[in-house]
Design a protein. Structure first.
Length: 352
């Protein structure tokens, strides 16, 4: 075999390829045809991108300090409302990679360019939505059908079915967010096999992110507001009851001067004073809580809304066909060389 390898000079190599040019062209033709088939059957992919600018922490308390100065005239203390805890912008991409977001997105309804209504799960699942041919989904085994998981509480682990797990891994690759640390702009991209669905998913991801951050930043303030609303209602009812009792008692004992009556009146007036004090203080706390909710609500500026893409990003059919043709050329040359040096004959001789 060493002599055969030594005889493979560039001239001999060219002559070998030229003598087998018919078979070589056959290899190239077969692989090219295979590339055309794969290119036509491979599912098209589209990307839609949205860009938003979140509120930065620097100077976030300026507006609230101005409100505090105005509220000071009414006796409302807002001095403890600074130092807002919030999800940092560099953590925003992690929100769109979380399991709650993925499960939320899988159940969202979308409409394809052809007007077909279905969910994201049905679109990405070849057995459910039947969106088209995907070589990867054709090669991998079909997901095992399992029943839907039992709903879990907030303090319990999330249990996914096999189908949900596979779709979750696919969503993590298809929906991403990126933070530009220099400009502070968040870019959200969604890759889907339909242009309209890609834009819809990008919009849903942007809405989820803004609502998540808003809910996180205002959760404590909204809980406080709900608490003060309930206490204020109770205090108002108590104050109105005490006020009615005093006025009603005065009407009934208008011309009666008795020590016991005076003592009862003082007792009712004391209750009215306490109820009025509590009601006034809770009113201040209620107004303070309302201002806190407004101050902690973040502002998101949409720099670029999601657009329906006009061109697909994959597959690159010309490049795919060219790659298959090149692979056929290489395989054909290797076949001619191995035949020239008798590799197959030597292997058969060794086996025999």
């Amino acid at each position: 075999m060493s002599d055969s390898w030594l005889n493979l000079s560039p001239d001999n190599l060219v002559r070998t390829v030229w003598r087998g040019r018919v078979r070589l062209m056959l290899f190239v033709g077969v692989f090219t045809a295979l590339g055309i088939v794969v290119a036509l059957l491979t599912r098209s992919e589209y990307i839609s991108e949205a860009r938003i600018m979140p509120e930065m922490n620097s100077g976030s308390g300026d507006v609230f300090r101005r409100l505090a100065s105005v509220a000071g005239f009414g006796g409302i203390d807002l001095s403890d409302a600074e130092g807002v805890d919030a999800v940092r912008p560099d953590l925003y991409p992690n929100v769109l990679q979380s399991t709650p977001f993925i499960l939320y997105l899988l159940d969202q309804p979308v409409v394809t360019s052809a007007g077909r209504k279905l969910t994201v799960t049905q679109l990405l699942d070849p057995d459910g939505g039947k969106p088209g041919f995907s070589l990867l989904s054709w090669l991998r085994p079909a997901p095992v059908a399992t029943t839907a998981p039992t709903p879990t509480g907030p303090n319990k682990p999330v249990k996914l079915t096999m189908q949900q797990q596979q779709l979750a891994e696919e969503i993590e690759k298809r929906v991403t967010a990126r933070l530009d640390t220099r400009s502070g702009v968040i870019s959200i991209t969604a890759q889907m096999p339909d242009p309209s669905v890609a834009a819809t998913v990008a919009q849903q991801a942007m809405n989820y992110l803004t609502q998540y951050v808003t809910s996180y930043r205002t959760e404590k303030a909204r809980q406080d507001l709900h608490f003060y609303t309930q206490r204020l209602t109770e205090a108002r009812r108590r104050y109105q009851t005490a006020q009615y009792n005093v006025f009603h008692y005065n009407d009934q004992h208008k011309y009666l001067v008795v020590q016991s009556a005076t003592m009862d009146r003082q007792r009712m007036e004391a209750e009215l004073t306490i109820a009025q004090t509590v009601y006034t203080e809770l009113s201040r706390q209620y107004e303070q809580a309302r201002l806190k909710v407004q101050e902690r609500t973040p502002v998101f500026k949409v720099l670029e809304p999601p657009k329906i893409p006009l061109l697909r990003v994959s597959p690159k059919r010309a490049m795919l066909v060219l790659t298959y043709a090149l692979a056929g050329l290489i395989v054909g040359i290797v076949y001619l060389l191995t035949k020239q040096i008798g590799v197959m004959d030597r292997l058969r001789a060794m086996l025999v």
